[in-house]
Design a protein around this ligand. Structure first.
Ligand SMILES: NC(=O)c1ccc[n+]([C@@H]2O[C@H](COP(=O)([O-])OP(=O)(O)OC[C@H]3O[C@@H](n4cnc5c(N)ncnc54)[C@H](OP(=O)(O)O)[C@@H]3O)[C@@H](O)[C@H]2O)c1
Length: 286
């Protein structure tokens, strides 16, 4: 399975924790040459230290600070004389009602979740030769597929990624650019702990659904398998992953379901199906 990654030059943006950190640990054993980025340089260096991999480097970067992104993308490209796979995984969340969320906070989220990946991708398109192959793996979310209460700007940023990168995929078809939209379900990371409230203060709490979610390493491994298969869009998660087809096939049902307490409703369904079909293997239970 892992031979796909051998000697691949891989840049992970948003590598210091959660799913991105899981990608690092999974890829460190695959023979890929790794480059890790995010704001927390010390944490990235700790991760590097914990691994015995030889081809691994760090480029500290704030994806919300757009002035530096062209130069840092160039630096990432030059580190291994080109890149084969770039994970655009950095992201933050804002959780609050629209009326309680300041526009400046929403703009900050868009700068990180949407504009950052766009600016890096534009630079990569300039650097990529016509013959070269490049995989962009963009981390979206279930709320990139449908809107969710208290996640308006987060959902908007993830929907925007779909619109932008689907268009880019169509424009560049046959040019060696492969765009993968990864949709994690509920994953047990600090995204909501580090997430912001509508007034810009840090939330500090882990959302219950995430606390019961898939572990980030399993999610990362799931993402790698789907990229390797060449999937353009895929969901990695537990029971909640079914909401994607549900929202497409039965939009009315889904709209009603997410109006109030969608997570509790999902939990009820989960219990119902578990009772009906007996316990699932551990990998399916998250
Ligand atoms: N957890 C879930 O259930 C879930 C579900 C769907 C989608 N996602 C998406 O998965 C991605 C990874 O999130 P996670 O759940 O693994 O959360 P996480 O543990 O909080 O990881 C977020 C990563 O993004 C980086 N980051 C945040 N702001 C940044 C900035 N301004 N510049 C550079 N890097 C930045 C963080 O590093 P630094 O703090 O070091 O900068 C960290 O490495 C996000 O795009 C998120 O929207 C998560």
């Amino acid at each position: 399975m892992m031979s796909f990654w051998k000697d691949k030059r891989v840049w992970i943006v948003g590598a210091s924790s959660g799913i991105g950190e899981g990608l690092v640990y999974s890829l460190a054993k695959s023979g890929a040459k790794l480059l890790l980025s995010s704001r927390n340089e010390n944490r990235l260096l700790e991760i590097v230290k914990s691994l015995s991999a030889s081809d691994i480097g760090v480029i500290p970067l704030d994806i919300g600070d757009h002035r530096q992104l062209n130069n840092l993308t160039q630096q990432a490209w030059e580190t291994y004389s080109g890149l084969d796979v770039v994970f655009l995984n950095a992201g933050i969340s804002v959780r609050d009602r629209v009326v309680d969320t300041e526009v400046e906070v929403e703009k900050k989220l868009m700068d990180v979740n949407f504009w950052g990946p766009v600016i890096i991708s534009k630079k990569l398109l300039q650097l990529k030769t016509d013959q070269g192959q490049l995989h962009l793996v963009v981390t979206s979310s279930l709320s990139g597929k449908y809107g969710v209460p208290k996640l308006a700007s987060y959902a908007a940023s993830k929907h925007a990624l779909h619109g932008y990168f689907e268009s880019l995929r169509a424009e560049t078809h046959g040019n060696g650019l492969f765009i993968h939209l990864a949709i994690p379900g509920f994953v047990r990371t600090d995204i909501t702990v580090n997430g912001l409230n509508g007034d810009g203060s840090v939330n500090g709490k882990m959302q219950q659904a995430l606390a019961k979610g898939m572990d980030p390493l399993t999610c990362a491994q799931g993402i790698l398998v789907e990229v390797e298969k060449g999937k353009e869009e895929f969901v990695v998660g537990g029971m909640e992953r079914h909401t994607v087809w549900l929202s497409r096939l039965f939009p009315g049902v889904m709209k009603k379901m997410i109006r109030s307490n969608p997570v509790q409703k999902l939990e009820k369904w989960k219990q119902y199906f578990l009772k009906k079909n007996g316990p699932k293997p551990l990998s399916d239970q998250n």
